[in-house]
Write a protein that binds this ligand. Structure first.
Ligand code: FAD
Length: 458
């Protein structure tokens, strides 16, 4: 039986939380409140040796091991029934080297913590669009966000990772050391071990010019058609993801549009207001006057945190995701239909660009399988009330099923629920078989299987 007093854990320096502990319920909870799992133990290691001990225990007793970075995973893969959660809360060290332009980040840090540390030097590395997300899961699955078009995915800026492997040893993976592991970590998720630190390249990203432009949802077909023509030709300094939202009832949004259903583009321009205005103009000039053009200059970290208050921990999320090469008129019509039927005030559809610098990397260079696609679509039903779970699930599933014929075949692993082996295989496209071979080298017994799992090649 699994207990926190197991002899295998003698000398453990961090904290072990068992079902008997007062904070067990708090410790087992993850960001998505739809996930309600009861691990046998939550381990918060303080040292590399602690991690090795937990991995050995899981491996030797064949217990499922869930690795938790920021705990944001939609499918709840940062926790597991009956097994052990390796919660990396104590691995949050962040060291910025402004001269070398790198940042070394502990495997349990969140992006907000990283952005604040690097922002002091006017530097940043590509992450996502919400600052509370974990560096671990977001990076290992790829990492797309406001800086994608200019600087690529998070994995395109990863220089090195330190990993506790299934045999308990520590490996450094980079272009020069364990290059096959380094290849697999860049997109292959938590399949290969516990990443205790990441080394990222930094870029000059000081003040950005960004924010949302909103139009009435009734104009979404017109705006989306203009957006699909405009964005691929826009300069890389400009990132803009298309979105369906209901306007939150509070500042900074004007009262007259509170709770109004809208379509929009959320912008991030790396440069001056004047250049940003010029870069956005071809789109804005080709569509009707928006309800709100809420763009302004701000530190990059502020844009990263802009959604944080709206989406706190502990609400229900149902995710679907697909990669998209083109958006034909038939797909636009379906988006207009489902986008106008958001089931709850916080539900959303986002269409993230994955072109620009993300296209400079060949599909074979990292495990991420869709370098040819232009967008990654996310349909997320979101609501604080568990009574609305069926409604948010139905909307996400119906919307994504309707659009599936117009997609590239797979979806982004970081924005999927648990959708079965075929969807995981599809998420990696041409890279799946190589991932399975690397898995067979580093984790032949599938010790790390609580993830979008890549089964070791036989
Ligand atoms: C509100 C919200 C906004 C989001 N926005 C974006 C976005 O803009 N861009 C984007 O790309 N994604 C985004 N995501 C998706 C996000 O990338 C995934 O949910 C990701 O899994 C979160 O990482 P985490 O560390 O917080 O998750 P966790 O639940 O802690 O971990 C998820 C999985 O990642 C692996 N993992 C995590 N840390 C480690 C580690 N150190 N070593 C080994 N494996 C590890 C494990 O397999 C684990 O099961 C968002 C998610 C949410 C909830």
């Amino acid at each position: 039986m699994l207990t926190t007093t197991s002899p295998a854990l003698a000398g453990f320096q961090g904290r072990l939380i068992g079902v008997q502990d007062a904070d067990y319920d708090d410790a087992r909870a993850v960001y998505n409140a739809m996930i309600d799992k009861r691990p046998g133990m939550i381990a918060r290691p303080a040292t590399l040796e602690d991690i090795a001990k937990i991995v050995a225990l899981g491996r030797d007793q064949d217990l499922p091991l869930a690795i938790r970075g920021g705990g944001h995973n939609g499918a709840g893969l940062g926790t597991v029934d009956d097994g052990i959660v390796i919660d990396l809360t104590m691995f949050k060290d962040i060291q910025v080297d402004p001269v070398a332009r790198t940042v070394r980040v502990g495997g349990g840090a969140t992006w907000g913590e990283v952005d604040r540390a690097t922002g002091k030097y006017g530097l940043a590395t590509p992450s996502g669009i919400i600052s509370t997300t974990g560096v671990g899961g977001l990076t290992l699955g790829g990492g797309l966000g406001h800086l994608t078009r200019r600087f690529g995915l998070s994995i395109d800026n990863l220089l090195e990772a330190e990993v506790v492997l299934a045999d308990g040893s520590l490996a450094r993976a980079s272009a020069d050391e364990h290059p096959d592991l380094f290849w697999a970590l860049r997109g292959g998720g938590g399949n290969f071990g516990v990443v205790t630190s990441f080394l990222f390249r930094l870029h000059e990203v000081g003040t950005i010019f960004g924010g949302p432009t909103f139009w009435p949802v009734e104009q979404s077909a017109e705006v989306m058609k203009a957006y699909r023509e405009f964005l691929p030709g826009a300069s890389r300094e400009l990132n803009g993801f298309f979105a369906f939202h209901i306007v939150p009832p509070g500042p900074p949004f004007p009262e007259e549009i509170h709770l109004r259903e809208v379509c929009g583009v959320i912008w991030c321009y790396l440069g001056s207001e004047e250049d940003a205005t010029r870069a956005m103009a071809p789109l804005l000039d080709s569509v009707p006057e928006p309800l709100m053009h809420g763009v302004g200059a701000m530190p990059h970290a502020d844009l990263q945190g802009a959604f944080d208050g709206l989406y706190p921990r502990g609400e229900q999320w149902y995710w679907r995701a697909d990669f998209v090469d083109e958006i034909p008129d038939e797909a636009v019509a379906l988006h207009a239909k489902f986008g106008a039927q958001l089931p709850t005030a916080k539900s959303l559809m986002h269409l993230y660009p994955i072109d620009g610098a993300a296209h400079d990397v060949d599909v074979a260079d990292t495990a991420w399988g869709y370098r040819g696609s232009r967008w990654s679509t996310t349909y997320a039903g979101v609501d604080p009330d568990p009574a609305n779970v069926d409604a948010i699930r139905r909307w996400s599933v119906d919307y994504s099923d309707a659009l599936r014929p117009y997609t590239a075949g797979g979806g982004y692993v970081n924005m999927m629920m648990e959708e079965g082996r075929e969807r995981i295989r599809a998420a990696y496209g041409p890279n799946y078989d190589r991932l399975a071979r690397v898995k067979a080298i580093y984790d032949p017994h599938n010790t790390f299987r609580v993830n979008q799992n890549i089964e070791p090649a036989s």
